[in-house]
Design a protein around this ligand. Structure first.
Ligand code: ARG
Length: 574
């Protein structure tokens, strides 16, 4: 246990037990960082209430039992009964050395599990839009964080690659000649819209499209080959977006809707057998309790339509079952926009009723808001169209290219290009990850690319600047044992550094990546304060220089690793 905040927990529990008995041990010490001390415990007030004793008396009894140690070097009782805690510098120095020697304090979670994470999930033959961007970025970061906690993460790219639209898409493809699949994905939206238009206006085409859907569902080989052509073309397009984004999602992670096609009939049969599926208006529906429409009528999950076709909900039910039974997941995470909240919660509820989501497994919806333009409306291009993801990313890199060239013209072209990519893509990702995902956020180029504030470029620059200290001083990285915490700014930095594993664990639990962003920003800020007040290369003694260089290196490593968990690169120089 290298985070003092975590280490203090058991110490407090023992103190409560000794002072007031085991029954009260469950009182949360509510430890917080504080301006007046390293931490402040707000414990004596709730305990005082339970005991019917003045909080300051309770606090002083606790302080006596806490005793004095290397961890709790000094305490004061403040205000109505807060306990201020000062951590010993020796304890901090040892903890830092341990962290620097190992994996920055990151350890496997106490309970390691298989986590299936459903993210990105764009639709075949349709352009990816900014909603898919959010899912891709947030999902990728969560997958990395969960992996860092030692979990077995199974990425599930739930591609929309099946269903009725494929009838018209295939017929449109045939009309244009079969070789046009690769060509058509270059303008996916146009392809889709042209097919849609023909479907709506040409009854002969619509009829062909409907027959084509029947052939597709019946497994007609020629139809399947055409379908596969469309899917493959889209997949290679998605792969190019992932490559540009630096997202670890490959072919092996694709578990599209079509995967579940053979399982759908079984899903319906079992729901019927369990008495959960009922006929309603010619469709087969499940009515999970607790969901009702505007006029109070129960809401259905339609699992088989009037025409016998299966839908989005049927596939999602099959997917829950597959993830629990076949993948062995005990946690299933859905990174999907907020508008699908009700759909997913109905799916979870129906899956529980059917026994496909047992008490040993849990499903969570990681919801997120919209990306807005400067006008606070959904992000649109100047021409008023929805922004294409690829255009957005290209613009990010080209804007970063100009900034990098202006800041560091002496770097060679290849390195400049790599930095521009890291900064541009990093800025887009970080802007998304650093805001509370539930809320909408405004897409603002200037803010996300700024070198000040809670941005990727600020953190990347902080990291590169630390690396430059070593280059400038021609200094080697000292051994971890060199660290001796002395100055207040060193102590403040030490406390932030040691909090890293706690924050990562918190993100793995709450699935809120903005907490890691906030932490990294605080860490970089603490580093700046340290660097301003504590000379490193010109330190007073060789030992002090070694200690500070080791602190610098550790800070750079934590920033690099933290950005890495968010899927953001940290260039060596900028
Ligand atoms: N393809 C869907 C869309 O674009 C998202 C799928 C989300 N995952 C799921 N299991 N429903 O809206």
């Amino acid at each position: 246990m290298t985070d003092p905040l975590v280490a203090l927990g058991p110490l407090f529990r023992t103190a409560i037990e000794r002072a007031f008995g085991a029954e009260l041990c469950d009182t949360d010490p509510v430890l917080r960082s504080s301006q007046h001390a390293d931490f402040q415990a707000n414990l004596a007030l709730p305990l005082g209430k339970r005991l019917g004793r003045p909080p300051r008396d309770v606090a002083s009894a606790l302080v006596t039992e806490l005793g004095q140690s290397d961890l709790v070097e000094q305490t004061e009782i403040a205000g109505p009964g807060f306990i201020n805690i000062h951590v010993g510098k020796g304890w901090l120095s040892r903890a830092l050395a341990e962290v620097a020697r190992g994996s920055l304090g990151l350890e496997p979670a106490a309970h390691v599990e298989t986590v299936a994470i459903d993210y990105s999930s764009p639709n075949v033959a349709k352009e990816m839009h900014v909603g898919h961007l959010r899912s891709t970025i947030i999902g990728d970061a969560l997958a990395r964080v969960l992996e860092a906690q030692g979990h077995r993460v199974v990425r599930q790219n739930h591609l929309g690659d099946w269903g009725t639209p494929f009838g018209m898409l295939i017929e449109h493809l045939l009309d244009g000649g079969t070789e046009s699949a690769e060509h058509s994905v270059r303008d996916l939206n146009a392809f889709y819209q042209a097919a849609r238009k023909k479907f709506d206006s040409d009854s002969g085409f619509a009829e062909r499209a409907r027959r084509r859907v029947v052939l597709l569902q019946g497994g007609d080989p020629e139809t399947l080959a055409l379908w596969k052509k469309l899917v493959d073309a889209s997949k290679s397009y998605f792969a190019s977006v992932y490559a540009l984004l630096g997202i670890a999602l490959g072919d092996a992670d694709v578990a599209g809707e079509s995967l579940y096609n053979p399982l759908l009939a079984g899903v319906i049969d079992e729901l019927r057998a369990k008495g959960l599926a009922v006929e309603s208006d010619g469709a087969v529906c499940v009515f999970p309790p607790g969901f009702s429409g505007r006029d109070g009528e129960p809401l259905p999950l339609i699992i088989q339509k009037q025409d016998g076709g299966y839908g989005y909900a049927t596939t999602d039910l099959a997917a829950v079952r597959y993830r629990v039974e076949k993948l062995g997941a005990s946690r299933i995470i859905y990174v999907v926009g907020s508008p699908q909240a009700q759909h997913l919660s109905m799916i979870f509820s129906a899956a529980k009723l059917a026994g496909w989501l047992p008490a040993t497994a849990r499903a969570e919806h990681v919801a997120f808001g919209s990306v807005l333009g400067a006008d606070k409306k959904m992000l649109k291009t100047r021409a008023g169209e929805t922004t294409r993801l690829i255009d957005l990313l290209d613009e990010a890199v080209s804007r970063a290219r100009a900034i990098v060239a202006a800041k560091n013209p002496s770097l060679d072209a290849v390195e400049q290009e790599a930095i521009a990519r890291a900064v541009g893509i990093g800025a887009v990702k970080y802007a998304d990850l650093s805001s509370d995902r539930i809320k909408d956020y405004v897409f603002d180029w200037d803010r996300m690319l700024a070198f000040e504030g809670n941005t990727a470029p600020y953190l990347q620059y902080a990291h590169a600047r630390i690396r430059s200290i070593f280059r400038k001083g021609e200094a080697a990285v000292p051994p971890p044992s060199a660290i001796v915490v002395t100055e207040p700014a060193e102590k403040a930095l030490a406390l932030r550094l040691l909090a890293f594993p706690t924050v990562v664990g918190d993100v793995a639990t709450t699935l809120h990546p903005h907490k890691l962003c906030g932490y990294l920003f605080e860490l970089a800020t603490a580093f700046s304060a340290f660097y301003e007040s504590c000379p490193v290369l010109k330190a007073g003694t060789p030992a002090e220089r070694e200690s500070r260089l080791a602190l610098c290196d550790l800070t750079a490593r934590v920033i690099e690793r933290g950005l890495g968990l968010l899927g953001i690169e940290a260039p060596e120089r900028m």
